[in-house]
Design a protein around this ligand. Structure first.
Ligand SMILES: [Mg+2]
Length: 171
């Protein structure tokens, strides 16, 4: 039977860190590097984190993660893909995320989009996510996608990938 694959948006499909880094640079003139943020939560890394994620077009104009468009298209042929995103905390993000997916990943249908609050009840065989708070409640195979906030986290039931190339090598 085809396995159900749960794919996170922020930090896996959407390069949210690049988006915030460029917004903070244009506002403050300070250019932080990705490496300097390793081990910090998003809120610790960015002074205006909440302001950014609540602002209009924040999600709509996020860049796609390198390799994720071709990568997800390939996985979509091989697995039953669901794109699962915690979105209700920032309600304006829901329509932006929907439009963003339609633009960049047009092969993902509306039936494959799950915009939720927490992900604890979402079922599947494999989960790809950057946040332990999502992976830890999941009963299937857990793949953690490297982002600065999870850089130093290591758990025996996580398989870590640093990019889409590595992800495709194991799926
Ligand atoms: Mg995420």
């Amino acid at each position: 039977m085809t396995q159900q694959l749960l794919v996170d948006m922020d930090g896996v499909l959407a390069d949210v860190y690049s988006r915030i880094l460029s917004l903070e640079f244009s506002e403050t003139g300070i250019q932080q590097t990705m490496e300097s943020l390793n081990g910090k939560t998003e809120a610790e890394a960015f002074v205006n984190y909440l302001k950014h994620v609540r602002s209009k077009d924040f999600f709509r104009k996020a860049p796609t993660m390198p390799g994720s468009i071709e990568g997800l298209q390939y996985l979509n042929e091989k697995y039953k893909v669901l794109v699962v995103s915690s979105a209700t905390e920032y309600p304006q993000s829901m329509i932006e995320k929907y439009e963003w997916l339609k633009e960049f990943y047009p092969f993902i249908s509306w039936k494959q989009m799950v915009f939720c609050g927490v992900k604890d009840s979402i079922k599947g065989d494999i989960m790809i996510d950057d946040h332990p708070k999502n992976l830890d409640f999941f009963s299937g195979k857990k793949i953690i996608f490297t982002q600065p906030h999870n850089f130093y986290i290591s758990k025996s039931d996580y398989q870590r990938v640093d990019n889409w190339k590595q992800l495709l090598e194991i799926l």
